[in-house]
Design a protein around this ligand. Structure first.
Ligand code: DAH
Length: 347
């Protein structure tokens, strides 16, 4: 019997994993295990023998149970040590900062402008880039054959079955129409977005970005327009002493219309704001034409409004000294790391 005990004991010691050990435990001590079966033979023995054998087998059972428990503890410890080794984190690794990219100057400028106007209660509005002649022209007081349509170098899509041709919107003024047809005044919206024109050189690309502003309320006059855009430009160009000039101009959807210039100095080759005697045209604006209000179901006797529109890309070029518009859309990583902005604010 003691030989058998030694054999089992060796087997317990030799188990290399918790699973092997568990299999061995079942083989020996399970319901029909070898030691359990030995115990079952006791019933057929004479009482004297049963006493003696019983004690022996119980001793054996105890020793093996003990050995298994002991081995189990050893294996558990080894497995834990092994896991700790594998899942080790090297806390001495350097935490050298890795770049996560930068914000494109156009996104940066858009966000700056949106943040500014949001503070004055302007809501952000949007419309589709593929639009129709009504929103892009007719409703903006440019009926068929109006000469102003020609100045836009429009990209037209193929006409559909009914002969209607869609177009890539040439300006964000389309969003004025959508908003006024969907919402009741008073309105204050800012509509940033992509626009398209067939033009390509250092200051023009076929796709570029505009921001449109529209305010409709009772008693709105040109003074509100001036105050709004002047304050905005001072803030954007970070020059309290920025000079302004409003020149009479023409846009079919505003009456009167104006172009706003800001004072600058071009003498050094570059361009500096807030000094010098030169002027730079920066955006179009005016009082919303009564026909446009009527086209959107708004009574011009009751409500008036002003609107303005400008190129975001140009604003970004001016503020951050970017010389060529085309480089903005070349996805050159070196350009972006030079002109881009940190996602956490600042340059
Ligand atoms: N839509 C004009 C353009 O693309 C810009 C513009 C001028 C927008 C005057 C306006 C405005 O809202 O009042 O050239």
């Amino acid at each position: 019997m003691s030989q058998q005990l030694q054999q089992w004991h060796r087997e317990v010691q030799a188990s290399q994993s918790l699973r092997d050990l568990e299999e061995l435990r079942i083989r020996l001590l399970g319901k029909s295990g070898e030691i359990t079966s030995l115990l079952k033979t006791l019933g057929s023995l004479a009482p004297e023998e049963r006493k003696e054998k019983g004690a022996e087998i119980n001793h054996l059972k105890l020793v093996i149970t003990d050995a298994i428990e002991h081995r189990k503890a050893q294996l558990e410890e080894a497995e834990l040590a092994d896991r700790l080794l594998k899942e080790k984190v090297d806390v001495t690794l350097s935490i050298r900062p890795e770049s996560i990219g930068s914000i494109h100057p156009i996104s940066q400028v858009m966000n700056e402008i949106i943040a500014y106007f949001s503070n004055f209660g302007f809501e952000i509005a949007s419309g589709p880039e593929i639009d129709d002649e009504d929103h892009n022209f007719s409703a903006l007081n440019m009926p068929d054959h109006h000469p102003a349509r020609q100045s836009h170098d429009t990209f037209y899509l193929m006409p559909d079955e009914s002969g209607i041709r869609k177009l890539l919107r040439t300006h964000t003024s389309t969003v004025q129409i959508r908003t006024m047809r969907q919402q009741q005044p008073p309105l204050r919206i800012l509509a940033p977005g992509r626009v398209y024109r067939n033009d390509y050189d250092a200051t023009h690309t076929p796709m570029f970005h505009q921001i449109e502003g529209l305010v409709i309320d009772k008693g709105i006059n040109f003074g509100h327009l001036k105050g709004t855009v002047i304050d905005f430009c001072k803030h954007f160009f970070e020059k309290e002493n920025l000079k302004f000039r409003f020149r009479p101009s023409f846009f079919p959807f505003t009456e009167p219309s104006a172009e706003m210039d800001i004072g600058c100095d071009r003498s050094g080759g570059g361009i500096k704001f807030g000094q010098g005697n030169d002027w730079l045209e920066i955006f179009g604006c005016g009082m919303v034409h009564p026909n446009v209000l009527k086209n959107c179901g708004i009574d011009p006797e009751e409500y008036q409004g002003f609107a303005f529109g400008f190129g975001v890309d140009r604003f970004a070029m001016l503020k951050y000294g970017i010389p060529d518009l085309r480089s903005m859309f070349e996805s050159d990583g070196r350009w972006l790391s030079y002109y881009g902005f940190s996602p956490f604010g600042g340059k």
